[in-house]
Design a protein around this ligand. Sequence first.
Ligand code: FNR
Length: 343
Amino acid sequence: MRWIDSLEAAAAEKLPEPVHRYFRQGSAGGVSVSEAVAAWNAYRFRPHILTDVSTVDLRTTVLGTPVDVPVLVAPSTLQLQADPGGEVAMAAGVAAAGSVVGVSSNAGSTFADIAAAGAPWWLQIYVVRNREVTVRMLDAAVEAGARAIVLTADTPVVGRKEDDGPTVWETVQATHGLANVNEDDYTDDDLGKADDLGPDVIGWLAERTGLPVVVKGVLRGDDAKRCADAGAAGVIVSNHGGRQLDGSIATARALPEVAEALTGTGTEVYVDGGIRRGEHVLAALALGARAVFVGRPALWALTVGGSAGVTRMLTDLGDELDHALRLVGVPRAEDLTPDLLVP
Ligand code: FNR
């Protein structure tokens, strides 16, 4: 069996059942989470023949940072449940693969410890009602060397998970806590998600940090344009792994409209959700993404193999992409074009 496909079942053996469920679940009826992979599989390629594919180059830059492979790790919570090294082990695995790691606002390790693992990292931020909390987190991230701020914009309220009893999140929160917020200093209301944000928050984040801002959760061309006009350096086409509005369009289907809307703006386009194979990465790049993010595969790989598992998962996807580029007849990822696909 292909190693990446074996990871979830192997992780399920090691993880406490509620944690496995938390990692895999979508919100509400689970429609979006169940469609994500299939939507990538629904594309068909129109490969070129008789082109020189003797040398393939996967390297690119993301917001100016060079990466060896255009597969980055999406921010996610509860990594200490996957491996004792948590976010630090995740970042070490990413560093060895020559990629970039997204670090969640809800990380269980401190930014300084994560940064010391050596991977370039982007802070994912949830802007909360008490801006002082957000400002402190931003300042700490800048201090620890974050290269970009990823504003998660699809979460004015948290998606409803149809669990019985307290969620894993609440249970684990009670024991682990957040490493980069002093929760004792604030009320639940202070820490609740801000639900009154407009595009001006992009400029505010950029000004406060001096870092490029990437908006995560974009699913429409018009919103992508609003983000670009407000100063976003990038957008991530994402439906939060099917964990926010259930029934949201699959990212494989939303990406072309967003890429089209941002043509010529200089705003970089990324995508996540259901990307599990080199062919999925190939499709995403051909449709205009500069790089992709993977969420759950990184959690499964961290659980099964620690930082070495994360490195292997990323390099395996890179190897598959290399192979697929040769077969599609385009040796340089940046030369991929949408005509290589039919929906
Ligand atoms: C997430 N995701 C997420 N996103 C975010 O902006 N902040 C966060 O703290 C989290 N936490 C989180 C936890 C878990 C367990 C999962 C599975 C996901 C969403 C994540 O960044 C990404 O958008 C999706 O996971 C991508 O989809 P795939 O690759 O998991 O299909």
